[in-house]
Design a protein around this ligand. Sequence first.
Ligand SMILES: O=P(O)(O)OC[C@@H](O)[C@@H](O)c1c[nH]c2ccccc12
Length: 258
Amino acid sequence: MNILDKIIEQKHVEVAESKKKISLIELKDSAFFHRNTFSLKETLKSKSGIIAEFKRKSPSKGIINDKAAVLDVAQSYEKFGASGISILTDHQFFGGNLEDLLKVRNEISIPILRKDFMIDEYQFYEAKANGADIILLIASCLSPSQVQEFTDLAHQLGLEVLLEIHTEEELNHYNKNIDLVGINNRNLKDFKVDLQHSVNLKNLLPSETLSVAESGIYSLKDFQFLKEKGFDGFLMGEYFMRNENPMNKFKEFIDVIM
Ligand SMILES: O=P(O)(O)OC[C@@H](O)[C@@H](O)c1c[nH]c2ccccc12
């Protein structure tokens, strides 16, 4: 079984447990559930285009940073010009949780992406109730019709949708209601990173699509290459997080590119 299958299997177990602990009614009763969300479509254009990620560990890299505090990091990401913040909420494989999102929500005014493996409607209510503005749909974990249904549900809740693809076949998961398309430079099944592959895939998307290059952007050169090829957004985690002080690393990077 590849790692992605393992994560999805575990996710089904977790969602079933969460449903027992907190009902849909309770989620809908929460204060954040009724807030107006921030739009990443807007901030991608008005700010640096970087969606800076908070991630403690990953299946491919092990521990990346287990010391940094989510609020400090998120506040600096905002202060120095991130368009949005991606927060991993998967616990078992990425060391995150929904409290990270809750802690940050009232303290920043840029969009937050709940980064997790969405497989059940319940998780969308959970995302909204915990302060997310955008959710990720990973094409390789979903059918095209699930992507459609989840996109509609996200929109009903006022959440934007970032669809993640990695292969040409996954282009058939795209539909015109999707807000942004992320092209993962990393293959989630074997963790190989290939920037040119992403550029080729991007060129097959309708030209007006807002595109985000995801993962494996580890240098100024990588960033500039993808920017020149026309990507609108850049999802970067490890480059900042693998540093005792992700805030400084982020500021250093922004100072060079802006
Ligand atoms: O740390 P990196 O290589 O900069 O990557 C960030 C982000 O793209 C990556 O965490 C990611 C992209 N798609 C995902 C899906 C699930 C979990 C994680 C991810």
